[in-house]
Ligand binder design. Structure first.
Ligand code: ZN
Length: 473
């Protein structure tokens, strides 16, 4: 765009009245996004990408000012989108908001359990219902609503803002987040920080803490898949030897389950407890303030639940196993797959060594299939974390912001080398019992929560823009 046309666009924008912010209207606009079944698998299958084309049309139609003021690019030959909101100060380091257009499908047989159809785009009972209401169309659409509103108000960022919206996050992100990161790398872009999904506001999730807590992920666990294989003598099942490939593999799997990797109260989990200490009533406050003494006790408590356990150690899950060809034939070959989630500090080689130690006595081989280490830990006392906490407090008064370890994977890890810090948070409030709705039945968001999410992005974009962050040398 030439400078003349830029000026014209800007002045015509200034004259425009801020977009209508009636919660009911905003809810209906969001419901339309949820009605488009952008299921990840469909994007990968070249034959059926119509829903993603429709989603792109929806964005163009719903956010005209965004499409006028920001540069929109399709990255790769799938549906990944990169928006660039060019800042006025070239010396100010850009930041990036990561979200994704795709959603998981519904598990066959559960469609009937939904109160409203998963792709019906229903607004009812004070909620917006549908797959993607939380994971993750909420951040994508709410952030664009925020940008649309800010543009209508005449706002222009000082620092460049990128929006990276992959279309295959739920199936790994190789054609979305990965390609966008590669393109930014090719352009020599460095980022002050990224903001992606990960944590949210949870009520009553921590014993002794009565206020709601906004959990902001400051690191993301690593991911590794390993295959275990075992070979042995076959034969007829009418005269079995005491052991065969299957029985040996099963013994190893059982030992894996009983032999977790070591637990430790360190990294973001420790920082979370330190942050919550001053908000916890007694005796929890004292427990959290004296971690040098109470760590073993806290680890014992935390490891009693799957989430707590995953926050203090690298976990190993047996996910697949296969052996046998017929009911009366002894298996000569048995294999199993284990999925490992590595906490910061544990390396892929540590997990391999741990599994080899367990598998070797039974002659079971361990092969690494895919792996990436945990991300580095981002600062929870720096400027951006403080900006997040300020925006959260402004929109949700009384909410305590705390760092935490994101235990699931996000597209963020593709951008790790580009960004000084990475944060993982969506401005959505959940009760612990509601967490199953994500990827499950009856995913929904309340109309007020959705409006708050937009308000959060408006605040955050403004506050992040005024920060003094400069280019790193
Ligand atoms: Zn997601």
């Amino acid at each position: 765009m030439s400078s003349t046309s830029e000026r014209t666009a800007r002045s015509s924008r200034r004259q425009r009245r801020p977009a209508e912010r009636d919660p009911e209207v905003l809810a209906q606009r969001f419901a339309r996004a949820l009605a488009i079944p952008t299921i990840s698998e469909a994007e990968r299958d070249r034959a059926d990408r119509a829903s993603f084309d429709e989603f792109h049309s929806y964005l163009i139609e719903t956010f005209p000012l965004v499409h006028e003021a920001l540069r929109r690019e399709r990255i790769g030959d799938h549906h990944a989108l990169l928006f660039t909101w060019i800042g006025t100060d070239p010396a100010a380091e850009p930041w990036l908001l990561v979200s994704h257009q795709d959603v998981v499908g519904t598990e066959p047989g559960t469609e009937q359990d939904w109160s409203y159809p998963p792709f019906g785009g229903t607004v009812a009972d004070g909620f917006i219902w549908g797959r993607g209401a939380i994971d993750l169309k909420v951040s994508l659409v709410a952030a664009l609503e925020a940008a649309e509103h800010l543009i209508a108000c005449g706002f222009q960022p000082r620092r460049t803002v990128y929006f990276a919206f992959g279309a295959d996050e739920e199936v790994g992100g190789e054609c979305g987040g990965a390609l966008i990161a590669a393109e930014l790398r090719r352009r020599g872009v460095t980022l002050a920080f990224t903001l992606d999904e990960g944590g949210m506001v949870v009520e009553g999730a921590f014993p002794g803490v009565t206020s709601k807590v906004a959990y902001v992920g400051t690191a993301e666990k690593g991911y590794a898949t390993l295959q275990l294989t075992c070979r042995g003598e076959g034969g007829h099942s009418s005269m079995p030897a005491r052991e065969n490939a299957a029985t040996r593999l099963i013994r190893v799997l059982h030992r894996i389950n009983r032999t977790p990797m070591p637990a430790a109260l360190d990294g973001p989990t420790r920082e979370m407890l330190v942050r919550l200490a001053s908000h916890a009533r007694q005796p929890y406050g004292a427990l959290l303030r004296n971690l040098w003494l109470t760590a073993p006790l806290l680890i014992r408590q935390l490891t009693k639940t799957p989430v707590g356990n995953a926050s203090v150690r690298s976990t190993i899950a047996v996910t697949m196993a296969k052996f046998g060809v017929a009911e009366n034939v002894l298996p000569q070959f048995a294999e199993a797959t284990v999925n490992v989630r590595l906490k910061p500090g544990d390396q892929v080689v540590d997990a391999v060594a741990h599994l080899e130690r367990i598998a070797a006595p039974d002659g079971v081989d361990v092969t690494l299939i895919t792996a990436n280490d945990a991300t580095p830990i981002s600062a929870c006392d720096g400027e951006t974390f403080q900006t997040l906490a300020s925006a959260i407090a402004k929109v949700m008064p009384g909410v305590v912001t705390a760092p935490f370890l994101t235990i699931n994977g996000t597209d963020s890890h593709y951008f790790t080398d580009l960004a000084a810090n990475q944060y993982r948070f969506i401005p959505v409030s959940m009760k612990p019992e509601d967490l199953d709705r994500i990827h499950g039945v009856d995913e929904r968001i309340s109309i007020e929560d959705y409006e708050r999410a937009i308000q959060f992005y408006i605040e955050f974009i403004r506050l992040a823009d005024s920060g003094p962050q400069r280019m790193r040398r």
